[in-house]
Design a protein around this ligand. Structure first.
Ligand SMILES: CC(C)(COP(=O)(O)OP(=O)(O)OC[C@H]1O[C@@H](n2cnc3c(N)ncnc32)[C@H](O)[C@@H]1OP(=O)(O)O)[C@@H](O)C(=O)NCCC(=O)NCCS
Length: 180
């Protein structure tokens, strides 16, 4: 499945993406503000991630997409929805490769994934967490229409330090209203 927006294509990962995924996700700055990306990024981790993403997509519990820039076919990041089918809700997670930060790519990709989640998967709620120390991610969430729902204090332990997480979310009914 492929999703299209003005400048991007969201498509399933292919095994050939493993090298670039390893390079981009292997950056310390990506690991620093994500819950599940290790650093150093282990050899073979990108291949394992890609294979697992194919399985979880088949199971219907996860939709992982590589974010591809249309004009030169570069892989610039990753975005996903982790689905809880019985509650018709999904958690969004994402990263943009550091060389591509600040160019609006994640805002565009996240907006497109929100549309997919509400209009094609018929979800009721989409939510996401940002480290409180990561204002860029909170900004993306706010720009796509999510609202701040509270802070989970010392919710994660990363590299021997506890971190607060800011929770953001949006309901289908709010999304529909925002579409006018
Ligand atoms: C968070 C992240 C995904 C943003 O990706 P991106 O492609 O650069 O996002 P965009 O360009 O669409 O938007 C980023 C916004 O944050 C803003 N921003 C960047 N740094 C900021 C800061 N320190 N304080 C406040 N806003 C900031 C940018 O100005 C931009 O807003 P604007 O378009 O209104 O100017 C990227 O920084 C990243 O991958 N970080 C590491 C991994 C991560 O934290 N993932 C999220 C886990 S919840």
């Amino acid at each position: 499945m492929r999703l299209y927006s003005d400048n991007l294509i969201l498509r399933p990962f292919e095994l050939e993406d493993a090298h670039i995924v390893g390079l981009l996700a292997g950056d310390y700055e990506i690991a620093k503000t994500t819950q599940n990306i290790p650093h150093p990024y282990p050899k073979g981790a990108a291949e394992a991630f890609i294979k697992r993403s194919h399985e979880t997509t088949k199971e219907g519990t996860h939709h992982d997409f590589a974010i591809i820039r249309k004009h030169d076919n570069e892989l610039v990041g990753a975005i996903a929805l982790g689905i809880t089918p019985r509650y018709k809700r999904a958690e969004m997670g994402y990263w943009t490769g550091k060389p591509y930060w600040g160019q609006g790519y994640m805002t565009e990709a996240a907006r497109r994934l929100l549309k997919f989640g509400f209009e094609e998967l018929d979800l009721n709620r989409i939510y996401a967490f940002a480290f409180t120390s990561n204002p860029a991610s909170s900004k993306v969430m706010k720009k796509i229409g999510m609202t701040y729902e509270g802070t989970l204090v010392q919710h994660v332990l990363k590299w021997d330090q506890y971190h607060d997480l800011d929770a953001y979310g949006i309901l289908s009914q709010t999304y529909q209203k925002l579409q006018g």
